[in-house]
Ligand binder design. Structure first.
Ligand code: SAM
Length: 258
């Protein structure tokens, strides 16, 4: 992987590139890296994405939490791509442990490249990413990966009502109306929308931050010369929780390609 993709991967996990070698350990207790697994599994089942004949593409799949759950719960055949090799190794292990290895294919690669040749899937998942992909609203790029009538699942959120200015790093968040307009700009329609209570979502975010904090403390004891990196990471997580609590409503959309 190039320095550029390493930087993007680190940014997507609120880290800096020098922290990448420690991320598997820091995130060891966290499987889903921001996605709402139960909602995704349920929403896809409601539209018939629940048998081994269905092919699902998980873009930026992390440790495979969504993909493995879809294979296990819905019986789908899933293809996950992520640029961080240790996550792909963990995804393969999780699939084997769950007894669904034969339904899951995980590969390490650049998702920006993968979306240019992934085609004819029944559904594509884009969970816990920036809503912009390759400089365009994500749905514009992702819809090309699914057949006509297939589904684009975006697990993300929108800017809470009344938020006047967006903090740096959150410029791509749109208010509800703007998000819906971006999701449907290519003539597709939203067939499901699940909004979570910000309180529930943020309680889970706090729980995750606690797990990371414990790992960071252990790493700081083992590598005192790098303690500042680990402490900074925990602070970045705390800031992210605080910022999102203040500006964001978590939501999942299922868009059907026209
Ligand atoms: C916030 S995590 C979400 C992971 C997963 N969707 C989940 O919810 O568990 C973002 C993921 O995107 C991956 N990523 C970021 N940029 C990437 C790129 N250009 N190509 C492949 N993976 C990338 C990171 O490695 C990370 O696993």
């Amino acid at each position: 992987m190039t320095e550029e993709i390493d930087a993007q991967i680190a940014r997507s996990l609120d880290a800096t590139p020098e922290l990448l070698p420690f991320l598997p350990e820091l995130l060891a207790d966290v499987w889903a890296l921001g996605s709402s697994i139960e909602i995704i599994v349920d929403v896809l089942r409601q539209v018939g994405i629940d048998d081994p004949g269905r092919r699902v593409f998980d873009v930026g799949c992390g440790k495979g939490a969504v993909a493995v759950s879809l294979a296990k719960e819905n019986g789908c055949r899933v293809y996950g791509i992520d640029g961080f090799e240790p996550f792909i190794a963990e995804a393969r292990k999780q699939a084997a442990d769950a007894g669904v290895a034969e339904l899951c294919t995980f590969e390490c690669g650049d998702m920006r490249e993968a979306v240019t040749h992934g085609r004819d899937y029944d559904a594509v998942i884009y969970a816990a990413h920036n809503p912009v992909l390759m400089g365009r609203p994500c749905v514009e790029v992702l819809r090309e990966c699914v057949r006509h009538g297939g589904y684009i699942l975006v697990d993300d959120g929108y800017l809470a009502e009344g938020v006047q200015s967006k903090p740096p790093g959150y410029e791509d968040f749109l208010p509800y109306g703007g998000t819906v307009a971006a999701l449907t700009a290519c003539g597709d329609r939203i067939v499901r929308e699940v909004t979570q209570s910000p309180e529930t979502w943020h309680a889970d975010d706090d729980r995750v931050t606690d797990l990371i904090r414990r790992r960071a403390e252990a790493l700081a004891a083992a590598y005192p010369q790098a303690a500042v990196l680990f402490n900074d990471y925990v602070r970045a997580q705390e800031r992210e929780c605080e910022t999102l609590s203040a500006i964001h409503v978590p939501a999942t959309w299922l868009v059907q390609r026209s």
